[in-house]
Design a protein around this ligand. Structure first.
Ligand code: HEC
Ligand code: HEC
Ligand code: HEC
Ligand code: HEC
Ligand code: HEC
Length: 257
């Protein structure tokens, strides 16, 4: 009896302490709603969170496997989507999270964290402007800001490069390599973005244009281009007319950890 009473008291004390005990302590007793509204999901805490902290509750995002067969009976092993045809795509179909975080190729050329893409959204509202206190800058019904994706999944900007049409129809003219031109122009790239491994990207680009193309048009989920920084490169002349103000660009380095 006494024992039980002491335990109950300890329990009551523990729950009374919970709100001040801090957030994201996965070992602490918690419940669904406390976890769901854990401040780690929101700014400013999310910008300092580590992958380990997120994975303490969300390990499943890395462990899930895609289904082996669609409800209509199409086997994944017999299907190949257009975005799986690039040279860089190796091995079996992975989930979205595993493809960006666990695949060999992803590990070689980039270093994404949970918070590169997840920068805090309001799960109750999922859009901005519904009230005076609503979180600003949300993209409707999205848990991530799609601008982060467009950096690596926008269109190939052939027009700007002076290439007559789509890359795949014209690549042979340029020796099937982006570096035919890009060894000399726009050589300042990738280095100041925390989640890109600039040297490894250059190596991959020497072996196959698909490495470059994969992030610059070959896997375009969007109809638009990303307004890249337009950095100067050694030997760079005058900017094209209007170029300086042409890029109302969201600084991708802010999306970096
Ligand atoms: C204390 C446990 C816990 C931690 C730590 C945690 N989460 Fe969550 N998270 C939850 C729970 C619970 C939910 C609600 C899940 C549901 O309803 O299916 C959730 C939901 C989410 C969602 C869905 C959001 C939506 O709008 O529906 C995302 C994305 C997410 N978490 C990302 C993260 C990221 C990124 C981190 C690290 C910065 C993180 N979580 C840390 C427990 C946690
Ligand atoms: C490349 C960008 C990217 C990275 C990196 C990323 N996520 Fe996500 N995550 C997404 C997108 C996109 C969705 C789907 C969002 C939607 O439906 O609006 C998502 C959905 C989720 C969800 C809710 C749905 C589900 O699958 O359970 C959770 C939880 C989540 N992510 C956690 C994480 C954690 C934890 C990490 C780090 C280990 C992480 N994410 C890394 C882009 C990313
Ligand atoms: C830093 C660059 C980068 C960012 C940011 C990025 N991706 Fe990717 N994504 C890649 C690369 C590289 C691959 C393919 C890797 C390979 O070939 O193995 C890929 C693959 C994919 C795939 C195919 C997954 C599969 O397994 O078949 C989807 C879908 C995708 N990305 C969507 C998104 C979305 C949505 C976002 C934003 C939330 C996003 N990506 C952000 C680089 C990126
Ligand atoms: C014919 C030469 C040529 C080839 C081949 C070429 N590019 Fe370009 N690219 C350019 C030029 C020139 C620019 C700069 C245009 C400007 O700044 O006005 C450029 C700019 C870019 C930009 C920045 C675009 C922007 O919107 O600011 C990216 C990204 C790019 N190239 C990637 C690639 C990739 C990936 C390949 C191979 C699949 C490739 N390029 C092949 C000439 C080329
Ligand atoms: C893993 C994805 C990824 C790969 C692979 C990749 N890039 Fe990029 N690239 C990016 C991102 C993200 C940016 C935007 C970074 C920034 O604003 O500096 C970028 C920017 C650029 C720019 C524009 C720089 C500026 O200042 O306007 C050029 C040019 C470019 N890349 C060329 C290439 C070439 C050539 C290759 C192959 C050798 C390549 N990229 C491979 C992700 C990638």
């Amino acid at each position: 009896m006494i024992h039980r009473k002491t335990l109950l008291l300890a329990g009551a004390l523990l729950s009374a302490c919970m709100p001040v005990a801090g957030w994201a302590d996965a070992t602490a007793e918690t419940d669904y709603f406390r976890a769901r509204w854990d401040p780690i999901h929101f700014q400013p805490a999310i910008s300092k969170a580590t992958d380990e902290q997120c994975l303490a509750c969300h390990q499943e995002v890395l462990e899930r496997k895609p289904v082996a067969q669609s409800p209509a009976g199409l086997k994944a092993a017999n299907a190949l989507a257009w975005y799986q045809t690039l040279d860089t795509y190796e091995g079996e179909q992975l989930t979205f999270h595993a493809r960006h975080l666990l695949s060999d190729y992803a590990g070689r050329v980039m270093d994404l964290s949970c918070t590169t893409c997840h920068q805090g959204n309001d799960p109750r509202d999922e859009t901005s402007g519904t009230s005076a206190t609503a979180q600003q800058g949300l993209t409707m019904r999205k848990m991530v800001d799609p601008w982060v994706c467009v950096m690596c999944h926008g269109q190939f900007n052939a027009q700007k490069m002076g290439i007559p049409g789509p890359w795949l129809e014209n690549s042979s003219v340029f020796g099937d390599s982006c570096l035919t031109c890009h060894a000399a122009i726009k050589t300042e790239r990738h280095k100041d973005i925390a989640f890109l491994k600039a040297d490894a990207i250059e190596e991959a680009g020497k072996k196959s244009a698909d490495a470059c193309y994969g992030c610059h048009g070959g896997r375009a989920w969007y109809r638009i281009n990303f307004p890249y920084a337009d950095r100067q490169w050694p030997g760079w002349g005058q900017p094209p007319a209007g170029a300086a103000s042409k890029y109302p660009r969201k600084d991708p380095s802010q999306a970096a950890k």
